[in-house]
Design a protein around this ligand. Structure first.
Ligand code: ZN
Length: 434
């Protein structure tokens, strides 16, 4: 067993449900007792030390220990094409994202990309993610194998499309069914890996393909796709599905809006869509830097919360500008500020919740990860800035834990990630003591 001594900060509560301060838990000189990768006890260091005098202690002095981040929407084949600025969604897909996604037809290329992507997640403190996959089954085998080796908590699946995209990215409903079923057999619930049925969006998936998605979802896996990201995309979907009530309806008619469904974006929800999402217990992944980079729009967070739609946070790399979830949380805060009275003013507690527990809830992983409750996996990020950095200066002048969190979300970068633990295993140790 190991006792980790640190300033421990997490959000076991829901800051959207009441007083945000009550959702926060802080142990200033705290400790977590970890055995076999699982948290067995939590409390003050003095108390845990007295109860377990013989156990090894790992001192994490300075900064704070927070739960591993949970990214609810990120594309593994796009790790090499971040930064394609200046284009709206459909042009960006055609010119930046999809040519790169085609290269993953080469399994060796896919293996290299999967390694870069997963190591990038770990360096950014992300230990769980809902990963938008590749259009190629062999590339998915590479991703799952590499994620399993690293112990990451990854939910992902083969991307399905049978129209509109460049021809080399298309699959027929028949091959989609066979290839996806094979991947589910090989990878779903193998260790921390799970499968998600992943039509790219209904723009590129016919009713027949969405029907195949429903057959696959019935195997007890997860579902993810895109929705209501960009006004031109929404208009094109409406043209392709003239009998659908709205964009969400293109999925709902096939039984794809469920408690196991996570829809990315929803920047422009139409009439009735939020009520249907809430009624079915589906989640939305908000992707702030992507929405800003592509000029997609300002996310109506208040409306989602008022309807009771669960919202998590996604980096949406490569349209998003990096894998570091605290940056997404800060951008979410900026967006709500820009919405003025229509926005939902976010506190630092909301930002930590969005980067951690909100994602765990969206993915049905809240029993395992997202906070430091006893019985949960020890997935953790030690944020400790270099001593002379502006963040270090600011942390020294923070008046309490909430203020310290505000400084972290304003200033932290992946360079401040001093250590990352995945189920108790040290996965990145940039500044650990000997
Ligand atoms: Zn996306």
């Amino acid at each position: 067993m190991t006792i980790y001594r640190a300033t421990i900060v997490d959000t076991p509560g829901d800051p959207f449900a009441g007083d945000p301060a009550e959702a926060l838990a802080v142990d200033q000189d705290g400790a977590l007792l970890v055995r076999d990768g699982v948290i067995r006890a939590r409390g003050s260091f003095a108390a845990l030390r007295a109860e377990h005098p013989g156990e090894q202690v790992t001192q994490l002095s300075g900064g704070m220990l927070v739960p591993g981040f949970v990214d609810a929407h990120v594309h593994f084949p796009q790790i090499r094409v971040i930064g394609g600025l200046g284009l709206p969604l459909l042009d960006w897909l055609e010119r930046c994202a999809l040519p790169e996604e085609s290269r993953l037809a080469d399994q060796g290329y896919a293996r290299a990309v999967a390694g870069e992507f997963l190591d990038g997640l770990i360096s950014a403190g992300t230990t769980s993610a809902l990963v938008f996959g590749s259009h190629f089954p062999a590339a998915m085998d590479e991703l799952f194998a590499a994620a399993g080796q690293r112990g990451l908590n990854i939910t992902s699946g083969l991307v399905l499309s049978d129209r509109i995209l460049r021809p080399d990215l298309l699959n027929s409903p028949q091959t989609a069914l066979v290839d996806s079923a094979g991947l589910i057999r090989r990878w779903h619930e193998r260790g921390r890996l799970r499968y998600a049925v992943t039509p790219r969006f209904s723009l590129s998936a016919s009713d027949e393909m969405l029907d195949v998605c429903a057959q696959l979802l019935a195997k007890g896996v997860w579902f993810t796709s895109h929705i209501n990201e960009n006004v031109a995309e929404i208009a094109a979907v409406a043209g392709l599905f003239p009998s659908a009530r709205n964009y969400l309806d293109t999925y709902r008619r096939h039984g794809l809006v469920t408690e196991r469904s996570v829809f990315a974006h929803n920047v422009h929800p139409g009439d009735g869509e939020l009520a249907v999402l809430a009624e079915h217990g589906a989640s939305v992944s908000h992707c702030p830097t992507s929405n800003c980079a592509l000029g997609s729009g300002l996310f109506p967070l208040r409306e989602h919360i008022e309807y009771g739609v669960h919202v998590a946070l996604g980096s949406d790399v490569g349209a998003g500008s990096g894998l570091f979830l605290p940056k997404e949380a800060l951008q979410a805060y900026f967006i709500q500020q820009l919405l003025g009275p229509g926005g939902l003013a976010l506190t630092p507690v909301h930002l930590l919740y969005l980067a951690t527990r909100a994602g765990a809830l969206a993915l049905g992983l809240d029993g395992q990860v997202g906070d430091f409750g006893v019985g949960k996996d020890f997935d953790a990020v030690w944020l400790r800035p270099a001593p002379r950095s502006t963040l270090a200066v600011n942390l020294r002048h923070a008046c309490d834990a909430t203020d310290a969190l505000a400084r972290v979300f304003s200033l932290a970068t992946p360079a401040d990630v001093a250590g990352v633990w995945i189920r108790g295993e040290l996965a990145a140790d940039h500044a650990l003591p000997d």
